[in-house]
Design a protein around this ligand. Structure first.
Ligand code: CA
Length: 237
């Protein structure tokens, strides 16, 4: 246990007491400070207090559900890492959770080593500064990485930190196709990327396209190479 780990606080928003207790123990045993709340309103208020380095967020909650909590956190905080705990592991839940701005999801019941690996990857990642020259310019699109903001034509764009990290990585490597496994390794910091569901990547790409593409049914910037991955395409004009 390092001091660095010790100082990080994890917020657990979970109404099932048995699961919550397990998570609290697990996090405490691994050196994190932990706060547990059991409903959506308290979860949102705590998450926005600025005290936490990570939120573990259940979806089915009394009061505000997890989707709404996630959405409302993102309205005010583009960076706070959020991992959704999805009981059903249903596609809709996962897709919606990521759409509302979660960084990742973990299906319940989860394996303890896997959850710990995800937590530490997310925390490690969130402490790294956004690098590079900080800007992307392609056609009518302009993005300032450090400000999580940009313009498409005259339309103002806002991004989450994870979206910026993906965009920045693809932009930096725009001379080649980047695989989903590479994105999971480099942008999510998952060492064992092969075991992670690549839909996490695809859903984030879909969200990004909605923001940066003129026509999402014919993406011109974030191009899919079937079976290979994605490339940020730079057209010479
Ligand atoms: Ca629940």
């Amino acid at each position: 246990m390092t001091n660095e780990t010790k100082s990080i606080s994890v917020l657990i928003v979970e109404d099932e007491l048995a699961i919550a207790e397990g998570l609290v123990d697990l996090c405490e045993m691994n050196g994190y400070n932990v706060k547990h709340v059991a409903d959506g309103e308290s979860g949102l208020a705590e998450a926005l207090s600025g005290k936490y380095g990570l939120v573990l967020l259940d979806l089915m909650l009394p009061g505000l559900d997890g989707f709404t909590v996630c959405d409302k956190i993102r309205e005010q905080d583009k960076c706070l890492p959020i991992i959704i705990l999805s009981a059903k592991n249903s596609d809709d839940d996962i897709i919606n959770g990521l759409k509302y701005g979660a960084d990742d999801y973990v299906a319940k019941p989860f394996s303890v080593p896997m959850l710990l690996a995800r937590i530490s990857a997310v925390l490690r990642r969130s402490r790294q500064p956004i690098e590079g020259d900080g800007k992307l310019v392609a056609g009518n699109l302009r993005v300032n990485f450090r400000e999580y903001a940009g313009m498409r034509g005259s339309e103002e764009l806002q991004f989450t930190r994870k979206e910026i990290e993906i965009l920045e990585y693809l932009w930096k490597n725009r001379d080649r196709v980047v695989s989903r496994a590479e994105l999971l390794r480099e942008v999510w910091d998952y060492e064992n990327a092969e075991s992670v569901d690549t839909r996490t990547v695809d859903i984030h790409i879909t969200k990004l396209r909605k923001k940066i593409e003129d026509d999402t049914s014919h993406p011109q910037l974030l191009v899919t190479f079937r079976g290979e991955g994605y490339q940020f395409r730079v057209t010479s004009e």
